[in-house]
Design a protein around this ligand. Structure first.
Ligand SMILES: Cc1cc2nc3c(=O)[nH]c(=O)nc-3n(C[C@H](O)[C@H](O)[C@H](O)COP(=O)(O)OP(=O)(O)OC[C@H]3O[C@@H](n4cnc5c(N)ncnc54)[C@H](O)[C@@H]3O)c2cc1C
Length: 319
């Protein structure tokens, strides 16, 4: 066996003897079997530049349009996101809606997770809802729960506007939160509202959230009206963002789309179109949630494709 490394493959074709001819910068290699294991088109610096799609298409395979999955999301409220850049939130609920943010009725925010891997399907306009950790970036939203719901958001953006509402206090109902805040406003009546909010928000979020409520940050607790208090409650229960786009495919952790699965035998990972051709990993139309599932898919399909391709080559030698 010969291992050739650091040789970029530019083409794979079949010669008249049904042998594969693998064209690289350093020469051409003939083989009875080929495994396409070129990955997706995300993070091209790691070598996965999407070459496998063109190579597979040239061999007659259908390519499901690649799109970003597990990808941070750019928001229209960039100034707000930038003002909270770097803040990481735990135990929050993010819910994606197929609506403009302003038109979402926040009482539709579910109290359980919806999305891939969950048993129940959400009721429109809810697209997905996830509880856990997320963060603000200068362009918008990122972190685990945002990445998890990003593919649903990417697909929904093709149909219309998408917003994400963040419930910063999912353990409390709006009424419970109102009572607690009113009690704090009464108890610490001479404190500034910014001081009171320290109990409710990370430091970097206090001024942006108070500004959103339209209140003066210098206001003392006893000067806060019931309407202003309720506006703060609304923001704590539903911080609204309109999603503009995902970050580009090159910045997605995983590429969704790829070689169509109905043209691949799932038992052997062989092409149903070209004998001796095999696929494994992200070049195929498969993607999974965070948690190591994409790596596991690459390892498992790599093993099966390797065993199958070796078996195919041996069977030709015996013939
Ligand atoms: C930043 C980041 C974090 C991630 N974190 C996780 C995680 O925590 N858990 C998880 O499950 N998944 C994670 N993933 C996804 C996971 O890494 C991929 O799903 C997995 O590596 C896909 O494996 P693969 O073998 O199909 O492709 P790749 O690992 O992309 O390997 C493809 C290989 O093919 C080579 N290649 C491409 N084109 C050519 C060509 N023309 N000629 C020769 N060689 C070529 C590339 O150089 C590369 O070495 C992450 C991905 C990124 C980018």
């Amino acid at each position: 066996m010969r291992i050739v490394s650091n040789a970029q493959v530019s083409s794979v074709s079949l010669d008249q003897h049904s042998r594969f001819s693998v064209g690289t910068v350093s020469g051409c290699y003939l083989s009875p079997a080929v495994i396409i294991a070129t990955g997706g088109a995300s993070w091209p610096d790691t070598g996965s530049t999407g070459d496998g799609y063109a190579i597979s298409a040239a061999l007659g395979h259908r390519i499901v349009a690649p799109k970003p999955a597990l990808v941070p999301l750019v928001v229209r409220e960039k100034t707000l996101a930038r003002s909270m850049q770097g803040v990481s939130l735990r135990n929050v609920r993010a819910t994606a809606f197929q609506r403009e943010a302003a038109s979402v009725d926040s009482s539709h925010t579910p109290d359980c997770d919806y999305g891939r891997g969950e048993k129940k399907t959400p009721r429109p306009p809810v697209l997905e809802s996830r509880f856990g950790e997320m963060l603000f970036a200068h362009f918008g939203l990122g972190g685990p729960i945002i990445l998890l719901m990003s593919l649903a958001v990417v697909e929904a953006l093709e149909k219309g506007p998408v917003s994400i509402l963040i419930d910063l206090k999912p353990a409390l109902t709006g009424e419970q939160l109102r009572k607690r805040l009113q009690s704090d406003l009464n108890k610490f009546s001479k404190r500034k509202i910014t001081g009171i909010m320290k109990e409710y928000l990370p430091a970097k979020m206090i001024e942006p959230v108070i500004a959103l409520s339209g209140m003066d940050t210098e206001k003392l607790a006893h000067q806060v009206s019931a309407i202003e208090r309720d506006r703060i409650i609304d923001l704590l229960k539903a911080l609204r963002f309109n999603i503009k786009a995902p970050l580009p495919l090159a910045r997605a952790i995983v590429t969704a789309g790829g070689v169509a699965l109905d043209e691949i035998d799932p038992r052997t990972l062989s092409s149903k179109k070209v004998p001796g051709l095999y696929f494994c990993g992200e070049v195929m139309d498969l993607d999974a949630d965070t948690g190591g599932y994409n790596l596991q898919a690459a390892f498992s399909t790599g093993y099966v494709a390797g065993e199958s391709a070796a078996g195919f080559s041996r069977s030709l030698l015996r013939a």
